[in-house]
Write a new protein. Structure first.
Length: 290
């Protein structure tokens, strides 16, 4: 195999498929030498000469794109890379097409069209982790553009891919947290509630999700459901011997929601489980006075 620009490898079979393989190899070597010496215009002339006898040999087209980059003609280079990548895809070489598009993404991180194509190629090769990483990067671009709707749509697509594949469920949890954050920014509390409930199912010990479920239910005026979520989480914490964490959780709720009298007996119970009997009695006394 011969090495092409940016460290890519030109398959020997591809060389033999074109006429004059030896002349192609000589041209590529000469182009590389000229590029290394900074003679970009002369290297481009040699590339055009090589295309005269091997017009469909894609590594030559890649050399031309690499030269355009070095000459500062970024948009022309990006267009060239995109055409070559599509040619590789049509020829059934999805791996090479994806490799080229990854180079394009590094050069033009805000090009969402290229990112979408790259995600599709990676997913078609079952490179799900890489596809999900691209999805998250794409969502971040939308976020930077203040397009929360498209950011959330992108996370939704990523979640579908994660759920239908065998990747670690940590991917789904991470994506859902991003979706929940967007819902909170948009003040869509009911949608956020559904998201955090999904997280709880996937990761019962996720502190943020558990805390959000309690607080969102209170915020929505659903005190009974909020207390049910709190009781469920307290059982989880106490079952793991994390009584002090349970205490801190209920203490904060009592501070933030002093009008919710049903929190005090739960705080008293948490104190009791933590071995703080005097604090437990004090809470029950305060509740009786109230």
């Amino acid at each position: 195999d011969g090495e092409s620009g940016n460290g890519r490898v030109a398959p020997l079979a591809e060389m033999l498929a074109v006429g004059g393989a030896e002349r192609v190899l000589e041209s590529l070597a000469r182009i590389d030498q000229l590029v290394q010496r900074g003679y970009y215009a002369t290297a481009m002339e040699d590339a055009y000469y090589a295309l005269d006898f091997a017009p469909t040999y894609l590594p030559v087209h890649l050399r031309m794109a690499d030269i355009l980059i070095k000459e500062g003609h970024e948009q022309a280079a990006l267009n060239k890379y995109a055409v070559v990548a599509e040619s590789y895809r049509v020829r059934g070489n999805a791996a090479e097409a994806a490799s080229i598009l990854q180079s394009v993404v590094r050069l033009a991180p805000m090009d969402l069209g290229v990112r979408n194509k790259l995600v599709d190629l990676l997913a078609s090769q079952n490179k799900t982790d890489e596809a999900l990483s691209q999805y998250l990067d794409m969502a971040e671009v939308y976020f930077q553009l203040a397009d929360l709707d498209m950011a959330r749509t992108t996370y939704t697509n990523a979640l579908r891919l994660a759920q239908k594949s065998s990747v670690d469920r940590a991917w789904s949890v991470q994506i859902l947290h991003q979706m929940g954050d967007i819902d909170m920014q948009k003040l869509d509390w009911r949608q956020a509630l559904r998201v955090y409930d999904q997280i709880k199912t996937l990761a019962p010990g996720d502190e943020k999700a558990r805390d959000m479920l309690v607080n969102l239910n209170f915020r929505l005026g659903q005190a009974r459901q909020a207390l049910a979520e709190l009781d469920d989480y307290l059982r989880f914490l106490l079952g793991q011997g994390r009584a002090e964490q349970a205490v801190k959780l209920v203490e904060e709720l009592v501070r933030n929601r002093p009008e919710e009298h049903a929190l005090r007996p739960r705080l008293a119970q948490a104190y009791k489980e933590a071995g703080r009997k005097e604090d437990a009695v004090a809470q029950l006394d305060a509740l009786a006075e109230t």
